[in-house]
Design a protein around this ligand. Structure first.
Ligand SMILES: CC(C)(COP(=O)(O)OP(=O)(O)OC[C@H]1O[C@@H](n2cnc3c(N)ncnc32)[C@H](O)[C@@H]1OP(=O)(O)O)[C@@H](O)C(=O)NCCC(=O)NCCS
Length: 169
């Protein structure tokens, strides 16, 4: 697993004494990750999918934790794999109770930092109906470059393909 370091961000959630800490995702986090995943997606990843993914060397795997004594501190996560010279954002989700408080954006910013930003290129697929996520990606420099028709097997939905940096031909 690529070292992502840790960082504290002051009070992105707006609560008195609360804040956010970002650190590398650990195997011990996965039960909570899977619980959030099941509430976040209609076709969630299984525990074994997470285990296999974060075992791959060279990826960026991040956990977002609330600070300030929260009973269940893990509130979001991000999984990003590297294939050749392109970073593929595979998964990002935030606890439904804690959305729109900057956690998803903070995870993306940390991913850019760990990757080295600058010349790095990133790509992802997102459900065409997922306007909130598309908005978040656009605000972080991703551009929609195409559509994969009927990409999602559970409901036949199209995927919007987004890139940050020069897309592959
Ligand atoms: C997408 C997701 C990760 C965003 O996490 P988050 O912590 O709520 O994101 P942030 O608070 O950092 O939002 C950043 C910006 O994204 C946009 N955004 C996020 N959710 C939005 C929504 N539901 N509607 C419209 N815009 C939204 C906004 O521009 C927002 O900025 P603002 O709050 O200042 O207006 C979260 O909604 C989630 O877990 N969704 C389910 C899983 C998912 O769809 N993952 C992406 C798969 S490709």
């Amino acid at each position: 697993m690529r070292s992502a370091g840790s960082s504290e961000i002051s009070s992105p959630e707006g609560g008195a004494g609360s804040g956010l800490r970002l650190r590398p995702l650990e195997y011990a986090d996965l039960p909570v990750v899977v619980a959030i995943e099941r509430r976040a997606f209609s076709a969630p990843w299984s525990l074994s999918m997470f285990v296999l993914e974060i075992a791959k060397p060279g990826g960026i795997y991040l956990a977002a934790l609330r600070t300030g004594g929260a009973a269940s501190p893990l509130c979001g996560y991000l999984v990003c794999a590297r294939y050749l010279d392109v970073w593929h954002l595979m998964n990002v989700a935030v606890d439904p109770k804690l959305r729109r408080r900057g956690v998803g954006g903070a995870l993306l910013e940390r991913m850019f930092e760990v990757a080295g930003d600058g010349e790095q290129r990133f790509t992802l697929e997102v459900r065409a109906s997922n306007r909130g996520a598309i908005e978040m990606y656009q605000r972080r420099g991703f551009v929609a470059v195409g559509v994969r028709r009927r990409y999602y097997q559970d409901n036949g939905e199209d995927a919007v393909v987004m890139w940050r940096g020069e897309p592959d031909g």
